[in-house]
Design a protein around this ligand. Structure first.
Ligand SMILES: NC(=O)C1=CN([C@@H]2O[C@H](COP(=O)(O)OP(=O)(O)OC[C@H]3O[C@@H](n4cnc5c(N)ncnc54)[C@H](O)[C@@H]3O)[C@@H](O)[C@H]2O)C=CC1
Ligand SMILES: N[C@@H](CC=O)C(=O)O
Ligand code: NA
Length: 440
């Protein structure tokens, strides 16, 4: 008779932070306890939930007896620490303390990882424990694991995605319901999509953090948030949204990381900015707080990952997937992937990126104007793909017309000097907007 396999003792799980995501993590840990135990091979015992104020009113699923304001003491008595409090400190110190004490950690904190991930990865490597962070990029969508593990044998060339649910929700509401930016941001906050300070979303910092994390994984190098060229959506107007629609595009905040060369040096270029996406492109149909990430790899070809990018429940799903993974390692032995051993692909400057542009101008409505504008573009080596002329109907003015010029791919510096020169033409009343075009 084979001797019975001894049951593995419970694994102690601590949750740091009990906001939008933390509450849903506690709900899943509590309501799915039996299923999780069978998947892990050991019960997961929630030993505490660190909060700022234990007296605050909370969802009934959170057992008040588990609340503590002493996060430091809590991490000392856990095998798995789930960090969903956000911010750099004290999250960073608490995670390092947990790792040093031998706990594996799961975090949704992209801001921290994009700033100081390598410190956490090195500490975990030394301690022989895991750092998992699927929720930190594109919420519920499995994207960290596929890039970190499934594509580790391939050569990724480009990652292009909508990775911020709040801005996608806001732009969608501006386009479909005519909401203004502030109204739409308030809705995104109420739905639990926005960061504690929504500036992080609308100014593109959140997407830049995610872009840095994805680029580091995809290109086996180190990209921090400071390396990402970033532009948010706050300067976009209702007019930009309207004109995008009129010209066959949808405005999206995109995160792009791609291999390239600058001055003969191969590297990676990472940027976040609003862009016009053709309505026929799959990214144009990513609505509300949904996210989508395209990955292009030499052997795999094109891959697309799509799903809910923000919100308590979807994010908790990704967190729990990680909890199961790290807990299994503790039961069975071993650990998950470590950071790639070499981290040497340089980050190229933003100016190295070549994109198409749409330039909208108000110009004098008389013969020869288009020729003048075209000459300026040509003299800066920026080639025109299409031109459309429409009278300025919103502010009726018989003497002026609106020109919408789409260029072929051009380097940013060439476009910048072109726009400067166009602005100086007598026949140009104003440059209304300059937007990148991606995904065509
Ligand atoms: N809400 C979302 O859709 C997503 C959020 N995330 C990330 O998950 C983390 C949490 O986000 P949310 O739950 O939305 O934020 P939240 O603001 O709703 O919750 C954070 C909670 O942590 C608590 N907290 C902060 N500092 C603390 C401290 N020192 N001690 C104890 N408690 C502390 C806050 O009081 C708050 O209740 C952040 O890193 C965020 O970037 C990631 C993916 C999606
Ligand atoms: N604020 C973020 C939350 C998920 O990461 C977003 O809007 O995407
Ligand atoms: Na994810």
């Amino acid at each position: 008779m084979p001797s019975p396999v001894p049951a593995h003792p419970s694994l102690r799980v601590a949750v740091l932070g009990c906001g939008v995501v933390g509450t849903e993590v506690v709900r899943l840990l509590t309501t799915q306890a039996a299923d999780l135990a069978s998947r892990v091979g050991a019960p997961l015992e929630l030993v505490g939930v660190a909060v700022r104020d234990v007296e605050t009113e909370r969802d009934a699923v959170v057992d008040r007896a588990l609340l503590t304001a002493d996060a430091e003491a809590l991490v000392e008595r856990a095998d798995v620490v789930v960090e969903v409090m956000g911010g750099i400190e004290p999250a960073r110190s608490l995670l390092l303390r947990a790792i040093a004490g031998g706990a594996s950690v799961v975090t949704a904190n992209k801001a921290l990882l994009a700033q100081d991930g390598p410190t956490l990865y090195a500490a975990a490597d030394e301690a022989g424990v895991d750092v998992y962070f699927e929720a930190a990029v594109a919420g519920a969508i499995p994207i960290v694991r596929p890039v970190r593990e499934s594509l580790a044998g391939d050569r990724v060339t480009r990652v292009l995605g909508i990775v911020n649910g709040t801005t996608n929700y806001v732009l969608d509401k501006m386009a479909s319901e005519g909401l203004d930016l502030d109204q739409a941001v308030k809705e995104a906050q109420a739905l639990g999509y926005a960061e504690a300070d929504p500036t992080a979303d609308v100014e593109g910092y959140d997407a830049a953090a995610k872009a840095a994390i994805l680029a580091s994984l995809a290109f086996h190098t180190r990209v921090s948030i400071e390396d990402v060229s970033r532009e948010g959506i706050t300067s976009l107007t209702a007019d930009d949204v309207l004109w995008a629609q009129r010209t066959g595009y949808v405005l999206k905040l995109l995160a792009i990381a791609e291999r390239g060369t600058a001055d003969g040096v191969e590297g990676v270029q990472v940027r976040v900015h609003p862009a016009l996406v053709p309505v026929s492109h799959p990214l144009a149909n990513v609505r509300g707080a949904y996210n989508a990430v395209f990955v292009e790899a030499e052997a795999a070809g094109e891959l697309m990952f799509y799903g809910r990018g923000a919100g308590g429940e979807p994010t908790a799903s990704a967190v729990l997937g990680d909890v199961v993974s790290v807990a299994r390692h503790r039961v069975l032995g071993g650990k998950g992937p470590i950071e790639s051993r070499y981290a040497e692909l340089p980050v190229l400057p933003a100016a190295a990126a070549r994109t198409r542009y749409q330039v909208r101008l108000e110009v004098a409505d008389r013969p020869g104007v288009l020729a003048q504008v075209s000459t300026v573009l040509a003299s800066h080596d920026v080639s025109i793909e299409a031109v459309r002329q429409t009278p300025v109907t919103e502010t009726p003015d018989a003497d002026y017309a609106r020109l919408v010029i789409t260029t072929h791919a051009a380097p940013e510096h060439a476009l910048r000097s072109t726009v400067e020169a166009i602005t100086g033409l007598d026949v140009v009343r104003r440059v209304v907007s300059v937007l990148r075009v991606e995904g065509a």
